[in-house]
Design a binder for this molecule. Structure first.
Ligand code: GAR
Length: 190
């Protein structure tokens, strides 16, 4: 196959977005190779998903490093070695530091389960349900040094008039998987 670009996915937990991206790379819906999965939580389910898809993993525990700069240096080495052109954060629950940003700024994107700039942070869905909003959504944005604050690339909204965060997560994840595939394709110019 010709001119396939290399992408990496970072995740901390379940990895359904990782799996959607890896599957789409395998069957040609994304004409790229998923060459690396980075996970900061040893034991997270995403690690088994990566193994099942034959995607090499770098799994680390931040407490084994002296600082964020130290583990990000290691991540940058791995991204460079794998020739990664686009980094997709998919439930990577960690603010990206300056070492990784300096090396890959403009090539790191993140998916977030709200219509940014509303409901930033780790509990976006729960916060939106508590607020009582009626229109929910998903955002994909470039990553910068601020929390959930980089330039927006894509958003998709959906209606929900209820009070069950689990249902919002369920509805949102269906949208997330397709939006991530569509957005990666847009950024890879395909
Ligand atoms: C996704 O819903 C993603 O939007 C969210 O984590 C979930 C990961 O799910 N990210 C954030 O909340 C970032 N602030 P997954 O592990 O099943 O892909």
């Amino acid at each position: 196959m010709k001119n396939l670009k290399n992408i990496a996915v970072f995740a901390s937990g379940s990895g359904t977005n990782f799996e959607a991206i890896a599957s789409a790379c395998e069957d040609g819906r994304i004409p790229a190779r998923c060459v690396l999965m980075v996970c900061d939580k040893p034991g997270a389910p995403v690690i088994d998903r990566a193994a099942r898809h034959g995607v090499p993993s770098f799994v680390f525990s931040p407490r084994d490093y002296e600082s964020k700069a130290e583990f990000e240096k290691k991540i940058v080495e791995m991204l460079d070695a794998a020739g990664v052109e686009l980094v997709c954060l998919a439930g990577y629950m960690r603010i990206v530091g300056e070492v990784l940003l300096n090396a890959y700024k403009g090539r790191i994107i993140n998916i977030h389960p709200s219509l940014l700039p509303s409901f930033k942070g780790a509990h976006a869905v729960e916060d939106a349900v508590a607020y009582g909003v009626k229109v929910y959504g998903i955002t994909i944005h470039y990553v910068d040094e601020t929390l959930d604050g980089g330039r927006i690339i894509a958003q998709r909204a959906f209606d929900y008039d209820g009070s069950d965060p689990a249902e919002v997560h369920r509805l949102g994840q269906i949208i997330e998987h397709q939006l991530y595939i569509d957005t990666i394709n847009k950024l890879l110019n395909v």
